[in-house]
Ligand binder design. Structure first.
Ligand code: NAD
Length: 354
């Protein structure tokens, strides 16, 4: 017998090599004609090239997006929105740039076209994390869900191999937690399993040849599926630990996900047998947590929190914070076991049952 509920999120997706050429058409389709382009400082040249492509449909470029969506940056961008009379935003970049577009949408309800260039998945979620005075708050609102996503593999060819590996593992983490989510349902689980298999095949090929368009296209497709997983079902211990570690020790986002994932999966394995079977099948291994660890090692990605700059003395603090306001988790949270999990992750040991 099956019991589940499923809420699909509305969004239009254009996927394909060269899809960027459709951006103007999509601005018009939204009934807009004054797009403000958003990017990080590093991706400003790509945003300016897109502005040139859009011609009269673009009113300007704001290239100040930063990690963790600082409210001060959003306020500066809001001045540009007002002074330029923008009627939509076009965010070209990773989770940081897409976060800025979402923050503007929260304040204005302006429609968003997003053009992801990493595998983080923010484009497919109604979730926005914002930082003010060192404090990150997260909210969920359909107001911030982008109306249109344009996936163009050509834009991912420049993603450095290190970020390709960790951003890909960040995406896989969404699918892993979707498989054992409290809201797990057949549709999301199908996507999660396919996403893990697709990314696990594509990422090593990209690391061998970063210009491999076929593998890049598969990875981007897998990342979209992972984004849907993140947007449609609740996340558990892994995401909680990453939020705690990122927020408390200022650890880098995608790298932290990469290090923690095998350990969080091992912690939950005893209470998530069907999810682990699907995950093992997707990875083509017997033991799913070990398979995740081996995948990260094979990609040359970091495997220890120590290497990310976390002090060993922070392990106890992180364990305490993980237990404060916990997310729902398939296995009850045990302070000693969480501490051991973090100790393994700090040292970079293979995952074990704590
Ligand atoms: P990012 O957007 O911070 O990008 C990292 C760096 O890589 C930036 O300098 C960027 O300009 C550069 N870059 C991105 N794509 C590139 C490309 N194709 N070629 C060359 N350089 C490129 O990294 P991210 O991991 O995508 O995003 C992390 C942020 O997204 C975090 O703040 C995280 O909290 C947020 N996030 C939010 C959600 C959500 O649902 N709200 C989901 C995932 C991530």
């Amino acid at each position: 017998m099956r019991y589940f509920s499923y809420t699909g999120l509305p969004s239009r997706v254009i996927f394909g090599a060269g899809a960027l050429a459709r951006a103007g058409e999509e601005v018009g389709r939204l009934g807009c004609g004054r797009a403000l382009l958003l990017s990080t400082p590093e991706q400003e040249p790509a945003a300016r090239a897109l502005a040139a492509q859009l011609g009269d449909l673009a009113v300007g470029v704001f290239a100040g997006a930063l990690m963790h969506t600082p409210v001060a940056v959003t306020e500066t961008a809001m001045e540009a929105v007002r002074s330029l009379g923008a009627d939509c935003t076009v965010a070209l970049g990773g989770g940081s740039t897409i976060g800025l577009g979402k923050a503007i949408a929260l304040r204005t309800d302006l429609p968003q076209i997003v053009i992801p260039t990493t595998y983080a998945g923010s484009e497919a979620t109604p979730i926005l994390g914002e930082t003010k005075d060192g404090l990150k708050t997260t909210e969920r609102s359909l107001k911030v869900l982008p109306e249109v996503i344009i996936y163009d593999v050509e834009l991912t060819l420049t993603l450095p191999t290190g970020l390709t590996a960790t951003s890909g593992m960040n995406a896989i983490a969404h699918a892993v937690e979707a498989l054992y989510s409290q809201d797990a349902n057949p549709v999301t689980s199908l996507m999660a399993e396919d996403a893990v298999a697709t990314l696990a095949h594509a990422l090593p090929d990209i690391l061998r040849d970063p210009q491999d368009r076929q593998a890049r296209s598969e990875a981007l497709y897998g990342a979209w599926l992972c984004g849907i997983c993140l947007g449609t079902v609740g996340m558990s211990l892994h995401h909680k630990l990453c939020h705690v570690l990122g927020g408390t020790f200022d650890l880098p986002h995608a790298e932290t996900h990469t290090v923690v994932l095998p350990h969080a999966a091992a912690y939950n394995a005893p209470n998530a047998a069907p999810a682990m079977q699907r995950l093992a099948r997707a990875l083509g291994v017997k033991d799913a947590p070990r398979g995740l660890y081996d995948l990260a090692v094979g990609l040359g990605a970091p495997t220890s929190l120590k290497a990310l700059g976390m002090p060993e003395s922070g392990i106890d603090r992180a364990a305490d914070l993980a237990l404060a306001n916990p997310y729902w988790n398939p296995r009850p949270l045990d302070r000693d076991a969480i501490r051991s999990l973090l100790d393994d992750a700090w040292h970079g040991r293979p995952p074990s049952l704590n």
